[in-house]
Write a protein that binds this ligand. Structure first.
Ligand code: F3S
Length: 756
C-alpha cells in the first residue's frame, strides 16, 4: 500500500479537538483553509490566533513530494543534514527529465539512457533514506499524488509549484523550494506566513463545452498572475460540488499561475467517488467520519464576505470556453470571433501548428475521455487533422486504463503522438526543433498551465495558448486559433459542412482503473547499508559544500544586472536543456539569469563588467566579480521570481557571489528560497527608486549590522560621477530567517543544531 492510512487516521483523530479549539479562539465560524492550517500546527493544539498575511507560523506537514529535477538538489542537501531517514512520508517522482520526441517507448528508453546516472542516484538515495520512488514513466508527480497520496484535510509540501494540484482532493498542498522540503525531511518545522484567504463561490453548473479549466482561466483573468500572492484560494458553492475531483485538481493546479499559496475545495461526494475508484475506500470511510471538519462551516459559505479577505463569484452556467495567452496565463480571450480580432491586432499566427493535451493540469482519465470524444467525432465526420496532436497521459494508471478503454486508440487513429507519462513539452522537454532559437513564429494550443516564452519548445516565437483538453482537441483538428466549436462549421474530406457535438466523457472509468506495473518502488525498511554514489567527475551531480555567511558588511558591491519587466524563475534559471544539470550547482550556474532582460540595453545575457568595461554573459560576469572578491547585487521589477519553486534560482546567484536581490516585489516561494540560501531578498520602500539604480553604481549597505525584523535596511548607491542616492529597502525576514542569513544558509543552521 503506497499511502499511510494510520497517519491519515491520526490526522483525523486530532482534527476535531484542534478545529474546535481554533474556532473558539478565532471566535467565529472557520473556512476549510483555517481548519487545515490550525490542525497542522507544529506545536499541536492551537493556543493563539494568527494574523493573516502577517504572522509566520510553524507547521507540521503530513507528506512531501519531490520531482526528479528538484529532488536532486533537495536530496543532495538532505544528505548533508546527517539524518538516517526522512522524518515524514516522502516520495520522489521521475517525470521532468523525459524528452518528448518520437513517442513514449523510444523517448523513455532514451531518457533512461541519457539520465541513468540521475535516476540511479535518486533511486538509491530514496532507498537509503526511506523515500518512495516512482520510476521514469510512472507518471507526472501531481497526477500520481492525487491518485495515491492526497487526502481530504491533509497538508502536504512539494518541491514543485504545482503541488497545489492536491487541493482538488481537499488538501492544503503547497509548492516549496528544496530547502524547505529538506527542513521537513530532517524533522523540523516548516514555516509559512499565515496566508490571506480568497473565497471563490461557484454558482450554476458547467455544461457543454465549458470545463473546469475555463473556471481557472477566468479566475486568472480576474486576479491576474499576481492576484493570489500570499493567499489560499478556497472554492465553494453548488458549482464546486457538482464538479469532478480531477476537475477540482485542474483548478487548484493553476492556482500557481495566479501566485496563490495554494487552492482547495471542501470534501464532497466527488472526492469520495475518486478515493474509492483509486482503491482508497478506507480513506473515504475515515473522511466520512470527520466530514464536518473537512469543509468550511456552513455560515462561512453563506456569508463569505465576512470570512474571506476577498470574494469572487463566478456563475458557471454563464461561463464559456476561454483561450489564455500567449506568453502569460492571465490574458483571456473567449473562443471564436473575439480571438479573430485580437489575433489580427496583435499579429498572433491564426494557424495552429500543434495541440498538446496533458501535463499535471489536465491529464486525468476524464480529460482524456472528453478530448477523445472530439477526436472520435473527427473520425466519424470525415475530418482531417489540420494540426499535429500530442498526448501526455498523467500516470501509468491513467494511460493503461485509457488504452484498455480504446481512448488512446482514437487519438492514434488521428496520428497523434502518445508521449511518455511525463511532463515533456510542458517543461521545454520537447525536441520539436533542431534550432529552437531560430525557429519560425507559430501558434500552439495546449491544456497545460504555463505559457511563458520558450516554455514548451525553446522557441521564443511560439505563441502558446492555454485551453481545456476538449477545446485543445477541437482547435487542433480545425487548425485555427479562432475556431469556435460551438458555432463554426468545418469542411470534411467529402466537401461537406460538419459541426462538432458537445464533448462527452467519463468522470471515472466505467470499468474501473487498471494498471499492470504502476512504476512504484518501495524503500527498504533499513537502508543504512545502501550506498549512494556520486562521481567526482560527474557533469550532472555534485556534492554540496556549505555556503559561507555573507556577513553584516556589504561594501563596494557591484550591479550584476538590473532586470526589466517579467523575470520568472525560468528567466533566472532556465529549464529545457539545463534540466540535466539540476544536481550540479556549478554547471547549472552557467544559466544564471541568462533569460533576464538587462534594463540598460533590452538584451538578455549581456551585462557590463565594471572591472573591464566590457559586456558579456551574466554568469561569466558574475564569476569575474567573484574571482576579484567583489560581491554583487541583482535588481528586479515586479513579482520577481514568479513561476516555479526551483531553489536553483536562488542557489545559482548565491554560488556566483550575489549578496542581495532588490526588487519592486517578489513571488513568495522565490523570496523564501533566497532567505534559505542565506541571501538578502529586499524590496524598494519606494518603487520609483528602481530608477535610481545606474549601470555603473557601487553599493554600500549602511546598517546591515542592525538587521532585525520589521526594520528597513538602507542602501547607498554611489554613481559613477560620485553622486549618491540613499535608498530605503523593506524586508520580511523574521528572527529565525535572520539566523539563516547569519549562518550562511538554513541548512547550515540545521547542521549546527544537529551537532549541538
Ligand atoms: Fe510537469 Fe508541467 Fe506539471 S513541468 S509537474 S507537467 S507544470
Amino acid at each position: 500500500m503506497a499511502f499511510d492510512i494510520d497517519m491519515i487516521k491520526s490526522v483525523y483523530s486530532n482534527m476535531a479537538e484542534r478545529v474546535n479549539k481554533a474556532r473558539e479562539l478565532v471566535g467565529k465560524p472557520l473556512t476549510l483553509s483555517e481548519k487545515i492550517l490550525y490542525s497542522h500546527l507544529w506545536d499541536g493544539n492551537p493556543t493563539r490566533i494568527f494574523v493573516r498575511g502577517k504572522d509566520y507560523v510553524d507547521f507540521a506537514p503530513d507528506r512531501i513530494a519531490c520531482q526528479d529535477a528538484t529532488a536532486q538538489m533537495a536530496l543532495l542537501q538532505f544528505m548533508q543534514a546527517g539524518k538516517p531517514k526522512v522524518a515524514v512520508p516522502t516520495t520522489v517522482h521521475c517525470d521532468h527529465l523525459i524528452q518528448a520526441k518520437e513517442g513514449a517507448a523510444k523517448d523513455l528508453k532514451h531518457a533512461n539512457s541519457v539520465s541513468s546516472e540521475v535516476f540511479q542516484f535518486l533511486e538509491s538515495v530514496s532507498n537509503k533514506y526511506g523515500i518512495g520512488f516512482w520510476k521514469p514513466g510512472a507518471g507526472i508527480i501531481h497526477q500520481v499524488v492525487l491518485e495515491n497520496y492526497a487526502f481530504p484535510g491533509g497538508m502536504m509540501i512539494g518541491t514543485d509549484s504545482h503541488t497545489v494540484n492536491a487541493g482538488g482532493l481537499g488538501m492544503v498542498a503547497i509548492g516549496v523550494g528544496g530547502a524547505d522540503a529538506v527542513d521537513v525531511m530532517a524533522g523540523m518545522a516548516w514555516e509559512l506566513k499565515f496566508p490571506k484567504l480568497i473565497g471563490v463561490k461557484l454558482t450554476g453548473k458547467l455544461s457543454g463545452w465549458t470545463a473546469p479549466k475555463d473556471v481557472i482561466l477566468k479566475v486568472a483573468e480576474i486576479l491576474t498572475v499576481k492576484g493570489g500572492t500570499g493567499a489560499i484560494v478556497e472554492y465553494f458553492g453548488p458549482g464546486a460540488t457538482a464538479m469532478s475531483c480531477t476537475g477540482k485538481g485542474t483548478i487548484c493546479n493553476m492556482g500557481a499561475e495566479i501566485g496563490a499559496t495554494t487552492s482547495t475545495f471542501g470534501y464532497d461526494e466527488s472526492m469520495e467517488r475518486y478515493l474509492r475508484a483509486t482503491d482508497r475506500a478506507d480513506i473515504a470511510d475515515a473522511a466520512n467520519k470527520v466530514k464536518a471538519h473537512l469543509t468550511g462551516d456552513d455560515e462561512v459559505y453563506t456569508n463569505p464576505e465576512h470570512y474571506f479577505d476577498e470574494v469572487i463569484e463566478i456563475n458557471l452556467t454563464e461561463l464559456g470556453p476561454l483561450l489564455n495567452g500567449p506568453f502569460t496565463p492571465d490574458l483571456s480571450t473567449e473562443v471564436g470571433a473575439s480571438m479573430t480580432e485580437k489575433a489580427k491586432a496583435n499579429e498572433w499566427p491564426i494557424k495552429v501548428e500543434w495541440g498538446l493535451i496533458g501535463s499535471c493540469t489536465n491529464s486525468s482519465y476524464e480529460d482524456l475521455s472528453r478530448a477523445s470524444s472530439i477526436a472520435q467525432q473527427a473520425l466519424d465526420k470525415g475530418l482531417k487533422m489540420k494540426s499535429e496532436l500530442g498526448i501526455n497521459p498523467g500516470s501509468e494508471q491513467v494511460r493503461y486504463t485509457a488504452d484498455r478503454d480504446g481512448i488512446l486508440g482514437i487519438f492514434e487513429k488521428l496520428d497523434a503522438k502518445i508521449f511518455t507519462n511525463a511532463c515533456g513539452p510542458c517543461i521545454g522537454q520537447w525536441a520539436r526543433y533542431s534550432d529552437p532559437k531560430n525557429a519560425p513564429k507559430n501558434s500552439i494550443v495546449h491544456s497545460f498551465n504555463r505559457n511563458f516564452a520558450k516554455r514548451a519548445d525553446g522557441n521564443p516565437n511560439t505563441h502558446a495558448f492555454v485551453a481545456s483538453p476538449e477545446i485543445t482537441a477541437a482547435i487542433a483538428i480545425a487548425g485555427r486559433l479562432d475556431f469556435n466549436p460551438i458555432t463554426d462549421k468545418l469542411i470534411n474530406e467529402d466537401g461537406q459542412e460538419v459541426m462538432f457535438d458537445e464533448p462527452t466523457g467519463w468522470e471515472l472509468p466505467p470499468k474501473g482503473f487498471e494498471v499492470k506495473d504502476n512504476g512504484y518502488l518501495a524503500p527498504e525498511k533499513d537502508g543504512s547499508h545502501v550506498e549512494v554514489k556520486v562521481s567526482e567527475t560527474s557533469e550532472r551531480l555534485q556534492l554540496l559544500t556549505p555556503f559561507e555567511p555573507i556577513g553584516n558588511k556589504i561594501e563596494g558591491a557591484k550591479l550584476l544586472i538590473k532586470a526589466f519587466g517579467k523575470c520568472t524563475t525560468d528567466h533566472i534559471s532556465m529549464a529545457g536543456p539545463w534540466l540535466r544539470f539540476r544536481g550540479h550547482l556549478d554547471n547549472i550556474s552557467n544559466n544564471c539569469l541568462i533569460g533576464a532582460v538587462n534594463a540598460y540595453n533590452d538584451k538578455t545575457n549581456f551585462v557590463k563588467n565594471q572591472l573591464t568595461g566590457d559586456y558579456g554573459g551574466v554568469p561569466d560576469t558574475a564569476r569575474a566579480y567573484k574571482a576579484a572578491g567583489i560581491k554583487t547585487i541583482v535588481v528586479g521589477d515586479h513579482n520577481y521570481g514568479e513561476g516555479s519553486s526551483r531553489e536553483h534560482a536562488a542557489m545559482e546567484p548565491r554560488h556566483l557571489g550575489v549578496a542581495a536581490v532588490i526588487v519592486k516585489s517578489f513571488a513568495r516561494i522565490h523570496e523564501t528560497n533566497l532567505k534559505k540560501q542565506g541571501m538578502l531578498g529586499l524590496t524598494f520602500v519606494n518603487e520609483a527608486d528602481y530608477d535610481l539604480i545606474k549601470e555603473d553604481d557601487t553599493f554600500n549597505f549602511l546598517d546591515l549590522n542592525e538587521f532585525a525584523p520589521d526594520k528597513p535596511l538602507t542602501l547607498e548607491a554611489v554613481h559613477a560621477d560620485g553622486s549618491k542616492d540613499v535608498i530605503s529597502l523593506n524586508h520580511t525576514y523574521n528572527a529565525a530567517q535572520i539566523a539563516w542569513y547569519n549562518e550562511g544558509s538554513a541548512l547550515n543552521l540545521i547542521k549546527k543544531q544537529n551537532v549541538s
